[in-house]
Design a protein. Structure first.
Length: 140
């Protein structure tokens, strides 16, 4: 007959090792997740700014160069809904020294080079347009 009782449950040491491993994993994953979310919000903001700029240009072309506020673009049906930054920023028109109007975000700002963010992928160009572009380049 054994003097040791049958083992039920885990020892304190085993539980501490499991908690230590889980803590290590969480300390690695949480910062990566936060960074990924920040980059995702910045990319989404960039896309929204580009769409808003294009809507503003369409309005301007349709109305003999007249400018419009960003909020009015949705009221005039150039956008489905008023643009919102996913990080809580507010959009406004910004006129550059060259005279070009761009949309700036109060949270993400505006810059010509968003190199820290992953580039926004452009839709694939149909073969016909590629061929026309190549012909134009050859003529030059």
């Amino acid at each position: 007959m054994s003097l040791l009782l049958p083992r039920k449950g885990f020892t304190l040491m085993e539980l501490l090792v499991v908690v230590l491993i889980l803590t290590s994993l969480v300390s690695i994953v949480v910062p990566k997740y936060a960074d990924t979310m920040r980059k995702s919000r910045a990319r989404q903001c960039k896309i929204t700014r580009l769409i808003t700029e294009q809507a503003g240009m369409r309005y301007s072309n349709d109305n003999d160069g007249e400018e419009i506020s960003i909020g009015e673009l949705a009221n005039q049906h150039y956008l489905e809904t008023p643009p919102r930054c996913t990080a809580g920023g507010v959009y406004a028109w910004l006129t550059l020294e060259s005279g070009v109007r761009v949309v700036a975000c109060s949270f993400h700002g505006w810059s010509e080079d968003d190199s820290e963010d992953a580039p926004v992928e452009q839709p694939p160009v149909p073969e016909e347009k590629k061929e026309k572009k190549e012909k134009k380049e050859k003529k030059k």
